[in-house]
Design a protein around this ligand. Sequence first.
Ligand SMILES: NC(=O)c1ccc[n+]([C@@H]2O[C@H](COP(=O)([O-])OP(=O)(O)OC[C@H]3O[C@@H](n4cnc5c(N)ncnc54)[C@H](O)[C@@H]3O)[C@@H](O)[C@H]2O)c1
Length: 159
Amino acid sequence: MVETPRLMGEGSSGVAGRMKGRRIRMERTLITGGAGFLGSHLCDFFMGLGHEVICMDNLIKKENVENITHLIGHARFKFIKYDVTEYLHVDGKLDHILHFASLASPKDYLDYPIQALKVGSLGTHKVLGLAKGKRARFLLASTSMVTASKPVASALRMI
Ligand SMILES: NC(=O)c1ccc[n+]([C@@H]2O[C@H](COP(=O)([O-])OP(=O)(O)OC[C@H]3O[C@@H](n4cnc5c(N)ncnc54)[C@H](O)[C@@H]3O)[C@@H](O)[C@H]2O)c1
């Protein structure tokens, strides 16, 4: 059985969702690509903040499931194996959406060219639509090529 970690905001007095006797609203955060390298760390981070975290990932990179096994079974964590390029619906409110679903490496582009294009375009469109519907804050992870790649970065400076 997987032992669920104790996280910030969950003391022995069961204070999750409470502060000084007052009930506080639990934030709900969706992380697409949540099983990936960055997404899984973001799952840990937002769990640590006491949010309810929904991790959505199609596990096209199957091995990534290991990044989130320590969270499976936690009461505030939900994993949904799903492709964000499909019809997208999540029950209940969402306060934040972090869109990290991606096929980001040059190897991924070659292994999955169509899926790479789809998740960056159609996937972003679907997730934006969900954010609009839920009036959620939206964060899109951009490729590091925009900031780290010298030719692209210098081309951008010229614009
Ligand atoms: N890793 C870095 O150093 C870095 C730096 C800057 C920007 N970024 C950006 O951050 C994002 C995430 O990067 P990462 O390194 O965590 O990548 P990653 O490959 O580790 O994770 C991406 C996850 O998205 C999932 N995924 C792919 N297509 C999907 C789909 N259609 N539906 C649902 N899930 C899908 C994959 O299964 C994977 O688990 C990318 O956009 C990347 O360009 C990464």
